[in-house]
Unconditional design. Structure first.
Lengths: 114, 113
């Protein structure tokens, strides 16, 4: 398996533009997570899905952020409109459901909003 | 809610020296604890996990961690540091009915020759 695949790896966009980050989880995994990593705040869980259903989106910073999982093999995280403070590395991770199961991370998308 | 605290944002050791990275947890129920490693410009990779089967857990690359309930700790150790161990290390705990992984703030390990 190729692992969790995220695209793009790098994104530079202007303030106010819409940004869409993409994630393909590992086949067979039924939990998917979106994290944001910054120097100031570390690793923050934004949202997680189980069986394509959003379970907890309490980490989504504000209404500008939205996430979807239309099927078991694809998820998107959208920021509209983007702001400079959204600059961060965004990670997608997937796993089987279970408290002691390992989460596999993608390589991340480095987003820069100028 | 379960959480973890990592003491020390940076730890510096010499090559060949003992590595000790600290993690304390807060949990009202038996926790599931993890250590992940992040190399520069990479995603996180699992080092080891505690699932109550054994208090001393061995992971990849010679790392191990010991679960101590009396101290609410899950410190990560390696007897002899290698230059390739330089990375950021995260302790994490699962929270809630599903696997909601909550991470500590991370500890950057620096290894000098």
């Amino acid at each position: 398996d190729a692992g969790v695949i995220q695209s793009p790896r790098h994104e530079v966009t202007e303030m106010g533009q819409e940004v869409t980050l993409r994630c393909k989880p590992i086949s067979g995994h039924n939990s998917l997570f979106w994290y944001r990593q910054t120097m100031m705040r570390g690793l923050e869980l934004l949202i997680y899905f189980n069986n394509n259903v959003p379970i907890d989106d309490s980490g989504m910073p504000e209404d500008r952020f939205s996430a979807k999982m239309p099927n078991a093999s694809f998820s998107t995280l959208k920021i509209q409109p983007s702001e400079p403070r959204d600059s961060a590395v965004y990670f997608c991770a997937s796993s089987y459901t279970g408290l002691n199961t390992e989460a596999f991370f993608g390589q991340g998308t480095r987003l820069t909003v100028v | 809610a379960q959480s973890v605290t990592q003491l020390g944002s940076h730890v510096s050791v010499s090559e060949g020296a003992l590595v000790l990275l600290r993690c304390n947890y807060s949990s009202s129920v038996p926790p599931y604890l993890f250590w992940y490693v992040q190399y520069p410009n990479q995603g996180l990779q699992l080092l080891l996990k505690y699932t109550s089967a054994a208090t001393l857990v061995k992971g990849i690359n010679g790392f191990e961690a010991e679960f101590k309930k009396s101290e609410t700790s899950f410190h990560l150790t390696k007897p002899s540091a290698h230059m390739s161990d330089a990375a950021e290390y995260f302790c994490a705990v699962t929270q809630g009915g599903f696997q909601k992984l909550v991470f500590g703030t991370g500890t950057r390990l620096l290894v000098s020759p």
